[in-house]
Design a protein around this ligand. Structure first.
Ligand code: SAH
Length: 483
């Protein structure tokens, strides 16, 4: 049937239940499920059962608003209720309950017997006072639960308190702001701006103050920049917070290393600004990026500055934060799964290993070029696990200098290209094999190298040996390994 002519056979409404009685007839699992559902409201539960199971009894004992009528069912038990659930698990009894309810003019739901139901219960996303009810008219509870968890993930846990704060300010807002644009603007800034952010951080009184500021000032909403980690590449390694901010963004400023699929997860009408920063093709300088973020922030935009992995690991976030601070633009940082963690997971590689390695180094290896050995090389020699970012072009240098400094050429090495993505490739070998990395033209994705004795604890069943490519880089290998 074409979409336009489809009609709902059950229409959703929100029914007032505060302080009202809701009767549930039954003592088992079905009754408990309904009690839990209705227990999310401020209704008074009236549970009728002469054979309540222990779990239901425990629920009643801990729920202040539940009354247990421990008697055999009688129609009188339904009187005065605003809703009735026939949840006894016994068909004849449920039918009787449904008939009695109907006679008393009370809407009834009979568990698993749609033909006896006046109404259905939805799958519920509860952010009281905000509720999202999902109904499928029997297309399936599995579908409803799936939708429920998807929606649940999208909504901040602080939505409830934020909506309560909104309710408490509604009267004031109506007095102070003329109906129309100004008021709409205020609420949009309230739910998307600084009050929402303060609430998300659990700061109720700051949220209130920010809302009052917004109410009293005529100034346009101030912008905000979130430095967000997009993770190593796989869409589902994005954090829920990162996803939420992407859904609320006005502008997404992203690096080249963040896959298109993740950028696409943002709000549909958000502006998307790629700023490049891939080795060899900087489309914008760091100073230009800083200036762009400041300009967008000053324009009142909600900006997501999306960086691969974690924004604070080799992401130049330090410079961006300093620039934003100096310019007085508010910002926050959202962590992400850094490439080293994704590569370790792909290799089942313990980054710390009891009795073998208890520290970890994040490095680029680019600081090995000078004459003196950087501190981290000493850590490597004393057993730290070393994760080398951007290490492909300096692989020979890294291997050579570490061996020179005293690390055994036999030290285990794991290399992952495109960690976390479907097209990832894994290589294993020793420090002596590492220089070959530099001369391999077939590695076109980002590459993570992990060095250390803990690497020996990884799973090498799905990796190729690095050494098979050793001959290609013979010259470099010789230089690298020579003491
Ligand atoms: N902030 C990022 C790192 C940016 S530097 C993070 O926390 O992961 C870029 C380097 O990260 C690349 O040269 C590569 O060494 C590493 N990298 C990023 N994504 C990767 C991936 N999916 N697989 C392997 N290495 C990756």
């Amino acid at each position: 049937m074409p979409q336009a002519t489809r009609k709902l056979n059950a229409f959703p409404v929100f029914m007032r239940v505060e302080g009202e009685a809701v009767a549930i007839v039954g003592g088992g699992e079905e009754a408990l499920a309904k009690a839990r559902l209705i227990g999310q409201s401020s209704a008074v539960l009236r549970i009728v059962s002469d054979a309540a199971e222990p779990e239901l009894l425990a629920f009643i004992a801990t729920n202040g608003a539940a009354i247990h009528i421990a008697a055999a069912y009688d129609a009188a038990h339904l009187e005065g209720a605003v809703m009735v659930f026939a949840a006894s698990g016994n068909e004849a009894l449920d039918r009787r309950v449904a008939e009695d309810a109907r006679r008393l003019g009370i809407p009834v739901n009979a568990v698993d017997r749609p033909e006896l139901c006046d109404f259905f219960t939805p799958a519920l996303v509860n952010r009281a006072p905000v509720a999202i009810a999902i109904g499928t008219e029997g297309a399936g509870p599995v579908l409803a639960q799936m939708l429920r968890s998807r929606i649940d993930r999208m909504l901040s846990p602080s939505l409830g308190p934020l909506a309560s704060l909104a309710a408490s300010l509604r009267g004031t807002a109506e007095r102070l702001l003329p109906k129309g644009n100004a008021r709409r603007r205020f609420w949009s800034d309230f739910f998307g701006g600084s009050p929402a952010r303060a609430m998300a951080a659990g700061q109720l009184s700051q949220a209130h103050d920010a809302a009052v500021d917004l109410l009293l000032s005529n100034a346009p909403a101030s912008g905000h920049v979130a430095l967000v980690g997009a993770g190593p590449g796989a869409k589902d390694l994005l954090t829920l917070r990162a996803h939420r901010l992407l859904m609320e963004a006005d502008v997404i400023v992203h690096d080249a290393l963040v896959p298109e699929a993740i950028v696409a997860m943002g709000r549909r009408d958000a502006e998307r600004l790629p700023v490049g920063k891939r080795k060899g093709c900087h489309t914008k300088s760091q100073a230009e990026i800083n200036a762009l973020l400041i300009e967008l922030g000053r324009d009142g935009k909600r900006v997501v500055r999306l960086k691969s992995g974690d924004p604070l690991v080799f992401g130049r976030a330090g410079e961006e934060m300093a620039a934003l601070r100096d310019a007085g633009v508010a910002y926050e940082v959202v962590p992400g799964v850094t490439a080293a963690f994704a590569a370790a997971a792909d290799f089942e590689l313990p980054l710390t290993l009891r009795g073998v390695s208890s520290s970890m180094v994040f490095t680029t290896g680019h600081d090995l070029k000078g004459n003196s050995l950087p501190d981290w090389a000493k850590l490597a020699i004393s057993g730290a696990t070393v994760a080398v970012y951007m290490g492909r072009s300096v692989a020979a240098e890294v291997a050579g200098r570490l061996i020179e400094a005293g690390l055994s050429p036999d030290t285990a090495v794991a290399v992952v290209e495109n960690a976390s993505l479907a097209n990832r490739r894994r290589f294993h070998g020793t420090l002596a094999d590492l220089p070959s990395l530099e001369v391999r033209a077939d590695l076109t994705g980002p590459v993570m190298t992990i060095i250390g004795d803990a690497v020996a604890g990884a799973n090498f069943e799905r990796s190729e040996p690095l050494a098979t490519h050793r001959h290609e880089g013979a010259a470099q290998t010789a230089v690298g390994v020579e003491r």
